[in-house]
Design a protein around this ligand. Structure first.
Ligand code: ZN
Length: 124
């Protein structure tokens, strides 16, 4: 079966993916790069004991977000590599076409809503 996406829809999704990738690259570079380290050093200097637990919590949240960004970056890169392939937009589990409305929101989606739901249930 061939995907039901038109070339216009494909171009739009590719554009969305390129944008998302650039944004992720920027955010990840910012966290890993110089700005993050300077910020961290400044925080350590300014640190006072009262809000240390809050700072620690902030840092953990920041790291969790960085992990999420890196995972998403992988998904976006994979989607970009596939976007012009005939099977792009088909569910990797059951092979049905993923709804364009879903792809427009998450062009890196690899599964249809039904299969994604099954997986999420299995995980929890
Ligand atoms: Zn499916």
């Amino acid at each position: 079966m061939v995907t039901t996406l038109t070339s216009g829809q494909r171009a739009l999704l590719e554009e969305r993916l390129e944008l998302e990738k650039r944004e992720l690259d920027r955010r990840i570079a910012l966290r890993l790069g110089g700005a993050g380290r300077v910020e961290h050093a400044r925080e350590v200097l300014l640190q006072d004991a009262d809000d240390a637990p809050q700072r620690e919590a902030d840092r953990e949240l920041d790291m969790a977000m960085a992990d999420r960004d890196i995972a998403l970056q992988g998904q976006v890169s994979r989607a970009l590599a596939r976007v012009q392939a005939p099977e792009f937009g088909l569910c990797s589990d059951c092979g049905t076409a993923i709804a364009f409305d879903r792809l427009r929101l998450e062009p890196w989606a690899e599964r249809c809503v039904a299969c994604e739901t099954v997986r999420e249930r299995a995980r929890s």
